[in-house]
Design a protein around this ligand. Structure first.
Ligand code: AMP
Length: 363
């Protein structure tokens, strides 16, 4: 008879799948609440969903979610019956770019200058204050660069408002960064936290393509600055679980872009490059277990996302020091279908191996 704790996951995509792979090693079992209602629809209160939810809650000991679009009302409802981490407040803040940036600023964390606008007139006023170039984004539900426009000239303002407007938007000053970094960290129920090394993220067409761990030339001061930021956020929210903080590296220091209250694509490298991967550490936090070492187990590691189609992924199985992770998802343009982690002793070797894997996929 099984005796392990049951972790319930809201959502059943690749993040839930990888959480289950890691948590199973710790003797946990998993249940998935797959048919997640949207927060805007009335289905959340429907009899069907309430029955599904009751059955799910009865089956689990602790709950987590894999998407920042999980309805806050659903998380709050579950919280009345079962422990659920991260807390609903973290989700509430991360779902709205305006709330998120206000929280970051209140903690003394640098962000782009920003203004939340709800009309063309407000947008025009915000452009006057913030200046151009600037980035216009939806306040909610944007990801992978969707629902965004870069405003370069005054002429762009009206057309951008028409293209993505007629809803609440946020205008952000354009940050001149040299590279994009992220800090993945985990906090336990007792309030201890551990941080992974800063990693560099490279995007293609707005979607994360490669993460390199550790990022090149990270001084201990830069790592410490990023750790201080993420810890301040997690402590403020009484956070439990893994969080990712996306950062711009600029001449004036780190500027925070956004936070993700969940395991994150820029932490997938940790499955093959860290002593304890982000999925296991998230499960440890959920189960009230001691956190595991978030340091690198190899000198260098990179993660390559497989987007849209898998290419000749079988060829990558023949490459030494490359690990293939597939999500069992149907190919579709722009969809993340899997990733490959590559490890190496030097950065040069890492770049060479990554190039070899990319050649193999297209051959
Ligand atoms: P986001 O959806 O906020 O992660 O933005 C997607 C991408 O757009 C980021 O990874 C950056 O490359 C770019 N970006 C977002 N916000 C800004 C900004 N304020 N200044 C410059 N580039 C940005």
């Amino acid at each position: 008879m099984s005796v392990g704790p049951v972790i319930g996951v809201i959502g059943a995509g690749q993040l839930g799948r990888m959480l289950a792979l890691a948590g199973t090693r710790l003797g946990a079992r998993f249940a998935f609440y797959e048919d997640v209602p949207s927060s805007t629809s009335e289905t959340l209160g429907s009899l069907y969903h309430q029955q599904q939810l009751q059955a799910f809650m009865a089956a689990v000991d602790v709950v987590t979610f894999e998407s920042e679009n999980t309805p806050v009302a659903l998380v709050e409802q579950i919280a009345q019956h079962k422990p659920i981490f991260p807390p609903a407040k973290a989700l509430f803040i991360a779902q709205h770019r305006g709330r998120e940036k206000s929280l970051l600023r209140s903690l003394g964390i640098q962000t782009a200058p920003f203004a939340v606008v709800t009309s063309l007139a407000e947008l025009q006023a915000a452009v006057e204050t913030i200046g151009l170039p600037a980035v216009l984004k939806t306040t909610t539900e944007g990801y992978d660069g969707k629902g965004q426009a870069v405003l370069r000239r005054l002429d762009d303002v009206q057309s951008a408002w028409q293209a993505i407007g007629n809803r609440e938007l946020i205008l952000e000053g354009f940050v001149r960064f040299s590279r994009e970094l992220s800090m993945v960290a985990v906090r336990s129920q007792q309030g201890d936290s551990l941080c992974y090394p800063l990693v560099e993220n490279r995007h293609e067409a707005g979607i994360l393509r490669v993460t390199q761990a550790p990022a090149a030339a990270v001084s201990s001061a830069l790592q410490a600055q990023a750790e201080q930021m993420v810890k301040a956020i997690m402590d403020e929210l009484d956070y439990v679980g893994v969080m990712a903080l996306e950062l711009f590296d600029t001449a004036e220091g780190l500027v925070a872009n956004e936070m993700a209250p969940r395991v994150h694509n820029s932490g997938h490298w940790s499955q093959d490059g860290a002593w304890t991967d982000q999925f296991e550490n998230h499960c440890r936090a959920l189960l009230g277990l001691p956190l595991g070492d978030a340091g690198m187990a190899v000198p260098h590691c990179a993660m390559l996302n497989l987007i849209g189609d898998l290419g000749h992924w079988q060829n990558a199985l023949k490459v030494p020091h490359a690990q293939v992770h597939l999500y069992d998802k149907a190919p579709r343009a722009g969809r993340k279908l899997g990733h490959i982690n590559v490890t190496a002793n030097t950065e040069a070797e890492l770049i060479e191996r990554l190039a070899l894997v990319q050649r193999c996929l297209s051959e």
